[in-house]
Design a protein around this ligand. Structure first.
Ligand code: IMP
Ligand code: MG
Length: 182
């Protein structure tokens, strides 16, 4: 597939490419194939964590050949800084029950794992049949309480990344690649 470009952002020179659009597309296809195999004969509820996961979830959903529905969970970590506070506020809740369902929590990036641990705890109270985590990126932090990421796209270094849904202060989400700010 041809690589998407966002020449405006590229030519601004502010963002160095870390993962190209082609690399991401290939990896997302592999994740979708693995999920399709693992849940064969079942159906899935993808829970897309807003806002950052919307681009990844849209591509991942189309790489999964299973009956599925998509739910959104709006989440805000306090502050506009570049580190997670771990204090998670739900800004938009699921619109349908997940009781008895196989749930796949779709995250853009897991760093300290505080957000994903909090969301797993919340979703388990809704009594799904199973729950697994799929994250495009993992940026391991030393102080983390390890949360298993069942499906992982890429492990990256401890740099602040933007693009493909990820933002800094709401900007850069529309970059078709993942980049590092200068
Ligand atoms: P955690 O609770 O530390 O795992 O934080 C994860 C959340 O912090 C993600 O869902 C993102 O919203 C944000 N985050 C962490 N690292 C980055 C980054 O490099 N770029 C953009 N957002 C990030
Ligand atoms: Mg996020």
């Amino acid at each position: 597939m041809a690589e998407l470009r966002n020449t405006d952002a590229d030519s601004a020179g502010a963002v160095a490419t870390l993962l190209t659009s082609a690399q991401i597309i290939e990896r997302v296809r592999d994740l979708g194939a693995a999920i399709t195999r693992d849940y064969e004969g079942r159906s899935l509820v993808m829970v897309c964590v807003l806002k950052g996961s919307f681009v990844f979830a849209a591509d991942l959903a189309r790489a999964i050949a299973l009956p599925l529905r998509i739910e959104f969970l709006g989440v805000r970590s306090y502050g506009h800084g570049t580190t997670s506070s771990g204090v998670v506020q739900i800004t938009y809740d699921l619109q349908h029950t997940i009781e008895g369902e196989d749930v796949l929590l779709v995250e853009d990036i897991v760093n300290t794992e505080l957000t994903v641990a909090h969301l797993l705890e919340l979703l388990r109270t809704r009594l799904p049949r199973s729950i697994r985590v799929c994250s495009l990126l993992h940026k391991p932090a030393r102080s983390a309480t390890p949360v298993p990421i069942d499906y992982l796209g890429f492990t990256i270094e401890d740099r602040f990344v933007v693009g493909y849904g990820l933002d800094r202060a709401e900007a850069y989400r529309n970059l078709p690649f993942i980049g590092v700010l200068d």
